[in-house]
Design a protein around this ligand. Structure first.
Ligand SMILES: [Zn+2]
Ligand SMILES: [Zn+2]
Ligand SMILES: [Zn+2]
Ligand SMILES: [Zn+2]
Ligand SMILES: [Zn+2]
Ligand SMILES: [Zn+2]
Ligand SMILES: [Zn+2]
Length: 1777
């Protein structure tokens, strides 16, 4: 069944170790009861025990217990199973019955006594197994050691790994897909450290008894007898195919007439189809149908109907016809008699019973193994286990799982029986594979998946080859399966193949790889013979591939159908390692190698593909004649698949390497037909060249893809590389001129170089030029590529090193990038680690990106621009990079060929090609055309290649000369100087410098000419005669020339010296920039564009220089005139109250970053009154801004345009929520959902004399009085309009009532007036805060609008304060400019917002807010002061109080002096309340000892005593210093917030200490108090306002809510509030994986794969992305993560998906993105999906970055950004996570 994919990322399958690819059902096991029941149960069943004993006696008496037992089962089993009317599974009751009536007697019989006792005895006597054998659950982490595992399929469980030596090795971790088992203790799985501490021989509990002797004789006899009967019964019943009849011996006495209609699982029908069919056919409801379907999928079959035969037949027909409608195939339905069903169920139950029994003791296990492998009496029949295996494909899923588990825990746990089982397995191999291929179940539930457990064991593999020739068996199997694809010529042809079936067949290739994975160290003659037999079979298969799927160039029109090519290549890819392993096995000894070569050669010779069509002809060039048959790749068929040619090339190299080549003639007396051997690889290379020259365009993409793979890293080592080797073999064996002519012929370039006139067809010339380039490149490769052990004297390490160097010459690369670009071996190793340190230096990653390796300078000289593994684009990138580097170093742009290693003797002749007449002619011709003709017949690329070839020739000559050999016959330079038609190659070369289009090659030409000089000098030194002879043959070179050259050389040397110095200097300069670049770049990033904000020291401050923000001594605000540029129209404008509004981009979001009770269920916001913020700050409203400014009209236009265009865009709603007014900042693409209007700061100058005067009158009590009077008066007025309410009496200060209007007498002024545009924007912004903060529909007239504006202002300040403290930054001056601008704008907005609301509403809010402090204002439901966040209250009071000045007809607001006093007294009042709040809630034990001296302590004690008196439940007697300490620490957050608030509100610069990093808490408090006009000793306030405050204290503390809260200490918020952190993560990622593997879904008990996901905010482990844990939030079904984040993060979430090793950021319900986990491997890379599996360790920097993302409210922004980048074609349903 294929359920529609509901798992996120499930499609991405990890590269698994094979041993974990088998599945195991654990439910079956967990359902079991242990054989031995508890004592209580035992007693209860006492009565029955007697019956059981009698039964047992009866069995024991009869000599053969079989028939008796069968009779018993025949009667009992149908009575227990399948009796209920329902088609449900076994009920608890039935299970109980099975235990007591069926299993317990068996156990009694087995032990001959109480099974509990027997078991105890057994366990005392037996040792534990030394194999771990733990079967992996799906998702469990498995480990393998790259240093010690024999092959990558050897794995350990977490426990064993943690206790093993491999912990400190290079390990890999993967999450298992289920099945497979731990290899701990298997001596053959590990090179070292085969056992962990627990499974070590001699470890605790291990008695190391001899095999079998563990059971006493009687017990063993009984076990044997019982197992024989029961296992036979199990097998008989499981393989039983008659649905309606039973075996004769199981016929019950009474046969009921009940049947079942059983539905089977298949892979064709989806969940929904089955559910639909069931609903239609068997009349069940949706729920039932779903249950059935789930269980069918899980167990493989299920009875869906019970009834008479006829009823069942009808149901069967209905199901089949209904399912046929939907899908082409009907569902499989069988009708089973109830007794058959019953016996099959019990047989399965016995399967799990056996699993338990064999786990009890090694003795039982061995007996079981013997029984299951015992040859049947009838030689025609198989042993029991084979019978089971052979019907595996017929069994249903659930049964298979149990059988496989049983095999794993019995036969595979015992070395000797594993061997016997392996032989049985191999015997049945072909049949099993055929069954598997015709079956439709996944491989993981096929018995064939066990092959990996057998074939990878080295000794077993060797035995299986020796005794069963298993290599041949495997190949024969695969050949038989592929035989349908053979064409008339006995070659494979895959057109129209069935890809699904083909995919299954490929599995067999894995087995071939497994069996070869460990090369034997000991070779017997038999092994040798069998291996060669296998090799012959292998060659037989390769022969069917040799020349398969040939292609023919298409002329005229494009091909109609792209031919299928994938099948051929996937076989090639599958065989890649097998091919190299066969070669490797052949090298075991010389004999084998020679034999193998001979076999391979003979096979090649017998291939008859792509024959020549015409007879041999002679071709002449440069006085050489080649006698060969013509073949045109561009006209005749060619094939890319030449595995035999390539295998032969590979073996040839091995021959050379071992020296066995010298004995080859003994095996192939006739010698080798080199021309034939090279023919096909050469054609293939020409094909690739012609495709590159675009000659095959009409053959479509399939050919391009094939050529791509031919050279790609996945295939090249057994394709392209081997073809090159074959050409090198030919070049070393053939006459060099003949070889060159052959190449020219096959490239179809012979004419081009043989004639002087060439075609005028432009297209054709272009083609020929491209071909020439390709051919020259191929020659460079043949002559220069020597990095293969056997071709030159290099090691494998050298080869890898060279690959790495060339990759790093393109650019610095990450470790994983390198691994991907290097070929791996059969153990998935690339050898990178062994060499990387030698050639590169590691550059660590920053907080993003990854670590990279940078090539060491000294390796640059190895660079070869024509490196043969470069693709076209890599070639040009590398060349550019190296040229650029050289330019920087001022060292000239020449990229000469590097010094190559010397060929081994067998290949030494290749260099003669460089020196042969035909090549010199070719080079000469190209140069001549460049010099003599205009640029049609040559290209720069050609010249480059020619120069490189000349360079190679000169280097070779130089090396040979330097080696001081007597006679150096290699005379490339001499040939180059030879004059033909008046000019030599050298002459052309010199003239080349003057060809203008070759400017870029000038340096290279110069280098080449210098080389000529050097070689000439060397030659003169070694053999003067030879040099003399050139002199004579070359009259153009005179002595004068020589002198000139000498002078030139000196000048050149001086120049080089100068250049070197220059290069050094420039390098130093560059280093300086490099090393300071980080600093240079990171500064603006951290600080934002521009300078950090520093309060300006304005000289305008005269009197107002005081740094006090409130009260009569208030300083002047700094009013800078701001002229800002609109980012949209680029026009500058001054921010003024009366002009068009300027707005800042802004984003409002709900936030839980400060919450003190994470996960609190948030109130329903529709009705919620946000008047008082609870001090737990569970959910605040944050407003952030990226600080970019626009004109309001510009923004409006932009916003409308965005709305219109994105509406039409696909999935645009995922990026931003149009309904919620979201847009991206036009400049920085931050996510925004509103704008904040910029309000200019009003210049406030105080007249200090007046202020002082007012102060004498307006004392604190007086102020309170007139405020209360005003409130009362306003109420009266409002109630005069609305009589329905009784006048509320305020008893506070009633004795001296103040006048209703007296508040106005201390100074008023007209309210500020703002332009229409600003007012409009004020409404926009306030509505956004209201709408988002409360999650409600916008309504600008709602009375809660002003409250939300104040709240978001307060909360944003708290969040910023928190962030600054957390990062250890000073309160002032460390915000980025744009952050500070945003904050200032927000505060000014919050202050001005009042003017757009109804003043009556604001007045009412003020009254209510004040009632939080003055409880007598008689507002309903007054909160206790413990339940109010006082900073929110402070902001609300300060921003609302101006509304009190409003007169009915006149818009008034307080004058600066009035404001100063209002602020002063509000701050004092709120601060006092906060101090009380701190003292009431604080309970931390006194820290250090303090002194009892001092005024502060005394006043503190006094206050506390008062509090104790009026508070119920407050414990007294806390020392004064302790109180002071509590208050100081507790009040800091509040004061810091207040400081920020007033500095933004008034613009008064704060004391300088607050901008300093080094200030102590004491110093900071002192400065803040002075700034806020508070006494440093806050207790002083209570003294000063004693009369006013005492009654207040009584009311605050007397609130019953306070006492209740004090009793329930858990809910009290304490100060300072704790700062939230992300949960602590373990250093080692495997710890998390371990946790994940023990994770159990809280809601379901099944063993389905779960996705444990960690909430990084609170540490909750969730079961994400799974139906079981979905919840309904806001009437929508969402996944566990979405539901969790609704409360935990107020809508945003940050989760770590543990198995995937990815962080998921969740925005609103519908949005999210993945983010790299903060774990890095040793190479500085993250590993999403754990694909690479390297050990991972936490990166604190990255985790901190995630923390900041959260604290700075950037999660939404990050999501928006990622969604913008990712093409959201496949929208992921984030809310289901
Ligand atoms: Zn283990
Ligand atoms: Zn172990
Ligand atoms: Zn190891
Ligand atoms: Zn503008
Ligand atoms: Zn921006
Ligand atoms: Zn959480
Ligand atoms: Zn769940």
């Amino acid at each position: 069944m294929s359920p529609s994919s509901r798992h996120f990322h499930d499609c991405l399958i990890l590269p698994h170790c094979r041993k974990t690819s088998q599945t195991v059902s654990l439910t079956a096991v967990s359902r079991n009861r242990l054989v031995a029941q508890s004592t209580v149960e035992r007693k209860m069943a006492e009565g029955e025990e007697t019956a059981v004993r009698q039964l047992r006696m009866k069995w024991q008496e009869s000599p053969v217990c079989g028939p008796e037992l069968y009779r018993y089962l025949a009667e009992q089993v149908p009575r227990i199973y399948c009796t209920s009317e329902k088609t449900k599974g076994l009920s608890e009751e039935e299970e109980e019955m099975v235990g007591t009536t069926l299993l317990r007697p068996l156990e009694w019989y087995l032990f001959g006594e109480d099974p509990q006792l027997g078991l105890e005895k057994l366990q005392q006597g037996s040792g534990s197994s030394q194999l771990c054998g733990r079967v992996f659950k799906e998702g469990e982490t498995t480990y393998t050691c790259r240093d010690c595992a024999i092959d990558p399929t050897c794995v350990l469980c977490m426990d064993c790994f943690q206790n093993s030596v491999h912990r400190n090795h290079r390990y890999k971790m993967h999450s298992s897909s289920g099945g497979g088992f731990c290899d701990c203790g298997d001596m053959e799985a590990w090179k070292t450290g085969p056992s962990c501490k627990k499974h070590e021989p001699g470890a605790e509990g291990d008695t190391d008894m001899g095999a079998e002797s563990q059971l006493e004789d009687g017990l063993m006899e009984r076990a044997r007898m019982l197992f024989q009967v029961l296992f036979k019964y199990t097998v008989d019943m499981l393989v039983w195919e008659e649905g309606q009849e039973l075996p004769a011996e199981l016929q019950p006495s009474v046969k009921e007439d009940t049947y079942y209609c059983v539905l089977y699982n298949d892979e064709h029908h989806s969940y929904d189809h089955v559910i639909y069919t069931l609903q239609r056919s068997v009349q069940c409801d949706l729920g039932e149908a779903q249950t059935h379907t789930n269980l069918i999928d899980k167990e493989g079959r299920r009875a869906v109907k019970r009834g008479t035969l006829q009823a069942c037949q009808e149901a069967k027909q209905a199901i089949q016809s209904n399912s046929e409608h939907i899908s082409l195939q009907p569902l499989r339905v069988e009708i089973l008699h109830s007794a058959v069903m019953a016996h099959q169920s019990f047989a399965l139950r016995l399967g799990t019973w056996f699993q338990q029994v064999v786990n009890y003791s090694v003795g039982f296990r061995q007996v079981f193994c013997q029984v299951s492998l015992q040859a049947a009496l009838d030689p025609e029949l198989h042993c029991l286990i084979s019978r089971l295996m052979l019907c595996d494909a017929k069994l249903y899923k659930g049964a298979r799982k149990i059988v496989h588990d049983l095999i794993v825990c019995s036969l595979l746990m015992e070395t000797e029986y594993k061997r016997l089982f392996a032989i049985e397995f191999a015997k049945n191999y072909k049949q099993l594979q055929e069954d598997f291929i015709n079956d439709d179940h996944e491989r993981s539930i096929s018995v064939t998946a066990l092959s990996v457990q057998i074939f990878t064991v080295p000794t077993l593999a060797r035995q299986l080859i020796e005794e069963g020739n298993v290599v041949k068996v495997i190949i024969d199997t695969v050949m038989e399966m592929l035989s349908e694809h053979l064409d008339d010529n006995n070659r494979f042809h895959f057109q129209g193949y069935n890809s699904e079936r083909f995919f299954r067949i490929q599995v067999v290739f894995h087995d071939l790889k497994y069996i070869l994975i460990s090369k034997p160290t000991i070779w017997t003659e038999r092994l040798r013979q069998q291996f060669l037999e296998g090799l012959r079979a292998f060659l037989g298969m390769l022969k069917c591939m040799q020349g398969m799927e040939e292609v023919k160039r298409q002329f005229g029109q494009h091909i109609e159908v792209e031919p299928e090519w994938e099948a051929g290549f996937s076989i090639q890819i599958q065989l890649r390692h097998t091919l190299s392993m066969f070669q490797d096995w052949c090298t075991a000894d010389e004999e084998l190698l020679l034999q193998g070569y001979k076999e391979c050669y003979n096979t090649l010779m017998s291939c008859t593909n792509q024959p020549f069509k015409s007879e041999e002809i002679d071709t002449h060039m440069c006085n050489h004649v080649l006698h060969c048959k013509p073949y045109k790749v561009s006209q005749d068929p060619v094939s890319i698949h030449l595995p035999i040619s390539r295998l032969l090339a590979g073996l040839y190299v091995h021959l050379c390497r071992s020296g066995a080549i010298n004995r080859l003639h003994e095996y192939l007396p006739a010698g080798c037909d080199i021309a034939y051997m090279v023919e096909y690889p050469l054609r293939c290379l020409v094909l690739a060249a012609q495709v590159a020259a675009e000659m095959w365009r009409r053959n479509g993409l399939s050919l391009v893809s094939q050529v791509y793979y031919y050279q790609d890293v996945k295939c090249r080592d057994e394709m392209f590389d081997k073809d090159i080797i074959m050409l090198q073999i030919a070049a070393s064996k053939m006459d060099p001129n003949h070889f060159m002519i052959l190449i020219l012929q096959r490239f179809e370039l012979f004419e081009f170089f043989n004639r002087s006139t060439v075609s005028r067809d432009k297209e054709l010339v272009k083609q020929v030029n491209r071909l020439t380039e390709e051919m020259l490149h191929l020659l460079i490769i043949i002559l220069g590529e020597r990095y293969i052990p056997g071709i030159s004297n290099v090691t494998k390490e050298d080869v890898t090193m060279r690959e790495v160097i060339h990759l790093l010459c393109i650019e610095s690369m990450a470790h994983s990038g390198l691994v991907k670009a290097l070929p791996d071996n059969e153990n998935n190793e690339t050898g990178l680690e062994n060499v990387i340190q030698k050639v590169a230096t590691f550059k660590k990653p920053g907080v993003s990106g990854h670590g990279v390796y940078e090539l060491k300078k000294e390796c640059l000289k190895e660079f070869n621009p024509f490196f043969y593994h470069y693709s076209k684009s890599q070639h040009s990138k590398a060349e550019d990079a190296q040229k650029k580097r050289r330019k920087l170093e001022n060292s000239g742009k020449a990229l000469p060929p590097p010094d190559p290693p010397e060929f081994l003797p067998a290949f030494a002749n290749i260099v003669n090609v460089l020196n042969c007449d035909v090549l010199i002619h070719v080079l000469r011709t190209v140069l001549r055309r460049a010099v003599e003709t205009s640029g049609k017949l040559w290209t720069e690329a050609m010249i480059q290649r020619v120069l490189h070839l000349i360079g190679q020739g000169l280097l070779e000559e130089k090396q040979q000369l330097e080696a001081n050999r007597e006679e150096v016959a290699f005379d490339f330079s001499l040939k180059a100087r030879r004059i033909e038609h008046g000019k030599s190659l050298l002459t052309f070369l010199e003239k080349l410098k003057l060809v203008p289009p070759l400017e870029a090659q000038k340096d290279m030409i110069t280098w080449t000419l210098q080389m000529f000089e050097i070689v000439k000098c060397l030659r003169e030194k070694s053999s003067p005669t030879a040099a003399m002879s050139i002199e004579t043959t070359d009259p153009g070179e005179s002595i004068q020339d020589k002198e000139k050259a000498e002078r030139k050389r000196k000048a050149e040397a001086a120049k080089r010296h100068r250049q070197k110095i220059m290069a050094q200097m420039s390098a130093m300069q560059k280093n300086f920039i490099e090393s300071h670049k980080m600093l240079y770049e990171s500064t603006p990033q951290a600080q934002g564009p521009g300078e950090p904000f520093v309060p300006e020291d304005s000289s305008a401050m005269i009197l107002g220089e005081s740094r006090v923000a409130l009260g009569p001594k208030r300083g002047s605000g700094v009013v800078e005139r701001e002229a800002l540029t609109c980012i949209l129209c680029q026009e500058e404008q001054e921010v003024r109250a009366d002009s068009t509004a300027m707005v800042l981009t802004a984003c409002v979001q709900r936030s839980a970053v400060l919450t003190q009770c994470r996960g609190k269920v948030l109130p329903n916001t529709e009705t919620f009154e946000p008047l008082f913020m609870h001090p737990d700050l569970a959910c605040g409203t944050h407003t952030g801004s990226c600080g970019h400014v626009m004109h309001a009209p510009c923004w409006q236009k932009y916003f409308e345009a965005v709305q219109n265009t994105t509406r039409n865009r696909l999935h645009a709603e995922l990026i931003f929520d149009l309904e919620n007014g979201e847009y991206l900042c036009p400049l920085c693409k931050s996510l925004c959902n509103t704008v904040i209007p910029l309000i200019p700061l009003q210049p406030l100058k105080l007249n200090y004399d007046n202020a002082e005067l007012v102060g004498q009158l307006l004392t604190f009590p007086r102020w309170l009085e007139i405020v209360l009077a005003r409130i009362k008066g306003l109420k009266a007025t409002s109630q005069a309009n609305d009589d329905s309410h009784e006048m509320a009496e305020n008893q506070f200060f009633m004795e001296s009532p103040a006048d209703f209007r007296s508040i106005l007498s201390f100074g008023v002024q007209a309210t500020a007036q703002y332009s229409e545009s600003i007012n409009e924007m004020l409404v926009v912004c306030a509505t956004a805060a209201y709408r988002v903060g409360l999650k409600v529909d916008p309504n600008e007239t709602d009375p809660r609008v002003p409250l939300m504006s104040w709240n978001t202002c307060a909360f944003t300040i708290q969040a910023i304060e928190n962030m600054l403290e957390e990062e250890g930054k000073p309160l002032f001056g460390s915000l980025q400019n744009r952050q500070h601008a945003g904050l200032k704008a927000l505060v000014q907005f919050a202050a001005a917002q009042r003017l757009t609301s109804s003043q009556a509403v604001v007045q009412k809010h003020f009254t209510h807010l004040l009632s939080g402090l003055i409880p007598d204002l008689h507002v309903d439901g007054t909160s206790s002061i413990l339940d109010i966040d006082l900073f929110h209250l402070l902001v609300g009071l300060v921003l609302a109080i101006p509304a009190l000045y409003q007169e009915e007809a006149v818009d008034l607001q307080p004058s600066p002096i009035s404001s100063a006093y209002n602020h002063l007294y509000i701050v004092q009042l709120v601060t006092m309340a906060h101090v009380v709040q701190i003292l009431l809630s604080s309970d931390d034990p006194p820290g250090m000892l303090g002194e009892e001296e001092g005024e502060e302590y005394r006043s503190a004690t006094e206050l506390y005593q008062t509090l104790v008196q009026c508070t119920e439940g407050l414990s007294g007697d806390v020392p004064g210093w302790c109180l002071t300490d509590r208050v100081r620490r507790g009040v800091a957050q509040f004061l810091r917030c207040a400081g920020l608030f007033f500095s933004c509100l008034t613009g008064v610069p704060p004391p300088e200490v607050l901008s300093s990093n080094e200030v102590s808490l004491e110093g900071q408090l002192e400065a803040l108090c002075s700034y806020l006009a508070l006494p440093t000793n806050l207790f002083q306030l209570f003294q000063d306002h004693k009369d006013t405050v005492i009654p207040l204290l009584h009311r605050w503390c007397g609130n019953p809510a306070v006492s209740t809260a004090l009793n329930d200490t858990s809910s009290v918020i304490r100060y300072p509030r704790k700062r939230n952190k992300l949960v602590e993560l373990p250093e080692d990622y495997s710890c998390l994986l371990n946790q994940a593997c023990h994770f159990k879904c809280p809601r379901s008990a099944d063993d389905e794969r779960k996705h444990p996901t960690l909430c990084l905010f609170c540490g909750a482990m969730l079961c994400s992305n799974s139906i079981c844990c979905q919840e309904t939030v806001d009437r929508e079904v969402v996944g566990a993560c979405a539901a969790h984040s609704a409360n935990c993060g107020a809508g945003v979430g940050m989760f770590l998906r543990i198995r995937e090793c990815e962080v998921v950021l969740m925005g609103s319900k519908t949005r999210g993105c993945v983010y790299p986990a903060p774990y890095l491997d040793d190479y500085g890379e993250t590993d999403p999906q754990l694909r690479r599996g390297n050990p991972l360790h936490i990166s604190p920097e990255r985790y901190k970055k995630l923390y900041q993302l959260w604290q700075q409210h950037c999660i939404m922004e990050e999501i928006a950004r990622s969604l913008e980048v990712v093409n959201v074609m496949f929208a992921f349903d984030w809310q289901m996570l």
